[in-house]
Design a protein around this ligand. Sequence first.
Ligand code: PMP
Ligand code: GLN
Length: 383
Amino acid sequence: LNPVYSARPQSIFPTMSRLAREQNAINLGQGFPDEDGPKEILEIAAKAIIDGPNQYAPVEGLPELCAAVARDNKRFYGLDIDPDREVQVTSGATEALAAAFQGYLEPGDEAVLLAPFYECYAPQIEAAGGRVKFVDLVPPAWRLEAAALEAAITAKTKLIVINTPHNPLGKVMSRVELEIVADAARRHDLIVICDEVYEHLVFDGQPHIPLMSLPGMKERSIRIGSAGKTFSLTGFRIGYVTGPAPLITGLMKAHQHLSYTSPGPLQKAVAAGLAMDDDYYERFVRDMQAKRDLLAEGLKAAGFDVLPCEGTYFLTVDIRSVGRDDDAAFCREITEKAKVAAVPISAFYHPSQSGAPQNYARFCFCKRPEILQEASARLARYF
Ligand code: PMP
Ligand code: GLN
């Protein structure tokens, strides 16, 4: 067995979801909405399956989805994307990330991650033959410092991965932080993989700024989106990547040997989703922000110190506020005893990072208000 995978435990998300099921707990661990996205999209998908074709879609993606992704980039960010050469559809953002690492990294190349980071990055990079270097974001502000990034870059560095809005921190990178990444990428001739799956979940009226929109970044960065997040359809497994033609081709060459294509009827439905009017996107972010506020209030009332959250589905708490200091044990404890599941932030660090903080846990708020209220009430009773 390959130790990149075999030496690691099972992913924290299915692990905590299984424990939540066994314990009959409210699952605020794994991030997925408890209500499916727009009915219109589901109806288009159902009709597309019945009407067909249900055969292989084109390797780069259904032309109508590629065109919709390109239009979406213009509509929201003013980016000019060629739908024929600068878009690749993938089986979720997860596969987009794997295809990028396999397509870009050669054995011994280094990839810089900002820690904590979304769980799949490190094993995917290592399985592709790459080595992972870290820049620790320092709590509670989790700010990126230019000197820390510079110190992580060597002659072997091939790429940097950024994630904004950030899972698990709910942090949105400021323009200053994006400039730090852009400046380093330009000076060291690096590729930047931008995981922007929560692009439409930035709260409090703040904009989402794609790194790609900064000067000189279009030719060296790719931007990854996910229909799972944007339309609350995580089970569709449709992701999309935009970037310069050479990087899209490099990614496609890995994708064609990974999943080859993604389900055509679902791509058709997602293309229609991307054409939805501003109302949809405004309601989506407004509703999610209200859920954030509801859970934040509930967690505070239960005695938790809740960290700021500017975007995503996730709130982070400092568990020292309830007298705990081991996040993995804390998440098991509350799943079994309070009947509410969360995930430990230490799961978003590399196994070699022995100094990773152990005092934070992540709660997911993309759930119905009554579920968030019940979860808060359970935690308040328990602590
Ligand atoms: N990146 C981040 C930051 C995520 O949170 C997730 C999953 N929620 C993914 C990538 C994977 O997205 P997908 O479900 O489209 O594979
Ligand atoms: N991205 C989701 C989370 O952070 C889970 C996705 C998964 O289970 N792979 O919770």
